[in-house]
Design a protein around this ligand. Structure first.
Ligand SMILES: [Zn+2]
Length: 271
């Protein structure tokens, strides 16, 4: 599932391909792909220009002026550039053609969606309204984390909670906790001030590096140009169970924390 870095890359790719261009055609495959009537989808988009793109947590935001597109790719959704217009189908669940050529398909939105809102209204979107601070925002401070960690919940579950921090998922939480030397099962309220500081710094550092390397291709993720990310080569513990820890050589272990497959070094991240 695309996390913050992958969503950032896709959002920037869409801007590179289509910003400043007018929508010529738009369609969705099934009614459940969007929050408006299927016939309403093109009515609202055709003739509008894509002014820019952004991101809220793991959600892609498209700014069409009077209309805001909210795209959640969820598990294996992608944005694909098609050679020419084609009607949406089971794979290409939403398709937009822009003036001058680019045709973008938003694929496999069975669990995700391409919703349309009026500007400002997207703040009431069920996922957006509950988002915690973005890791690159001013609100994401060590003080904020210290307060957020005043709970008994395990640290991994807390970092996965989008209302605590927007944009982290399973891959980057494991990498952040390894970098900070904190075991994923630790209760958040047992972290020292130094550990909280390390989690804060590692979150920004790892996400920034992952964006620079255009994300992690672990299963299906590709950018809008069809390329894989490169951060999977930098992963220290995620999916590395049975391999030596890159820092101390202890075998990396795998367990289940917060309902997710979790990777950690038992030496660098003592319980
Ligand atoms: Zn280690």
């Amino acid at each position: 599932m695309p996390e913050l870095p992958e969503t950032t890359v896709i959002s920037q790719d869409v801007a590179a391909l289509a910003a400043g261009r007018e929508v010529l055609r738009a369609a969705v495959f099934r009614p459940d792909v969007t929050n408006v009537e299927m016939e309403e989808f093109p009515r609202r988009l055709v003739g509008r220009q894509l002014f820019g793109t952004g991101r809220r947590g793991k959600i892609i935001v498209l700014d069409f002026g009077d209309v805001v597109g909210i795209i959640h790719l969820v598990i294996s959704g992608r944005v694909l550039r098609l050679p020419e217009w084609r009607e949406p189908d089971r794979m290409n669940t939403a398709v937009l053609e822009f003036e001058g050529g680019p045709v973008l398909a938003f694929t496999r939105l069975w669990l995700g969606y391409f919703d349309l809102y009026e500007p400002g209204e997207e703040e009431n979107h069920p996922l957006i309204s509950r988002l915690g601070p973005d890791p690159f925002s001013e609100d994401f401070t060590v003080e904020y984390l210290t307060k957020a960690f005043e709970r008994k919940a395990n640290i991994k579950g807390l970092l996965l909670d989008q209302s605590v921090i927007a944009g982290l998922g399973n891959i980057y939480v494991d990498e952040v906790l390894f970098a900070a030397g904190v075991h994923p099962t630790r209760r958040a309220n047992t972290l020292t001030a130094e550990e909280t500081q390390k989690v804060h710094a590692a979150t920004r550092d790892i996400l920034r590096r992952a964006i620079d390397l255009r994300g992690t291709t672990f299963d299906s993720y590709h950018d809008a140009f069809g390329e894989t990310g490169k951060y999977q080569h930098q992963l220290q513990v995620f999916t590395r169970a049975g391999e030596p820890c890159p820092r101390c050589g202890t075998t990396v272990g795998k367990s289940r924390v917060a309902g997710r497959g979790t990777y950690a070094c038992p030496t660098c991240q003592p319980v």
